[in-house]
Design a protein around this ligand. Structure first.
Ligand SMILES: [Zn+2]
Length: 100
């Protein structure tokens, strides 16, 4: 784990429940209407691409509009990401993983 702190957000994502290990703080502040799903992402896609701590699935108005339930199950190997929220947030088109 690097000791270099490039970003120090003020508030961590809520952990899943009492006693659950704290999730890493998100890398970015999201615009209004977007939120992160408070679930740690182990990897992305069938090739198990590395996902930095603090990257989460983006929800729109609290809902997941993505075709794939979890980044670990994502089959998006050609990696087309899409900008949402007026080009402020880049997400995987299939699973909604923050790729900003
Ligand atoms: Zn994906």
């Amino acid at each position: 784990m690097s000791t270099l702190a490039l970003h120090t957000p003020e508030k961590p994502v809520e952990a899943a429940g009492p006693g659950a290990p704290a999730l890493p703080a998100p890398l970015w502040e999201l615009p209004a209407g977007l939120s992160y799903r408070a679930e740690r992402v182990a990897y992305h896609g069938p090739h198990r691409e590395f996902v930095a701590p603090g990257r989460f699935v983006v929800l729109i108005d609290g809902e997941s509009p993505w075709a794939t339930a979890r980044p670990e199950e994502c089959l998006n190997t050609s990696n087309p990401s899409v900008w949402i929220a007026d080009y402020e947030v880049l997400v995987c088109l299939s699973c909604g993983l923050d790729d900003s």
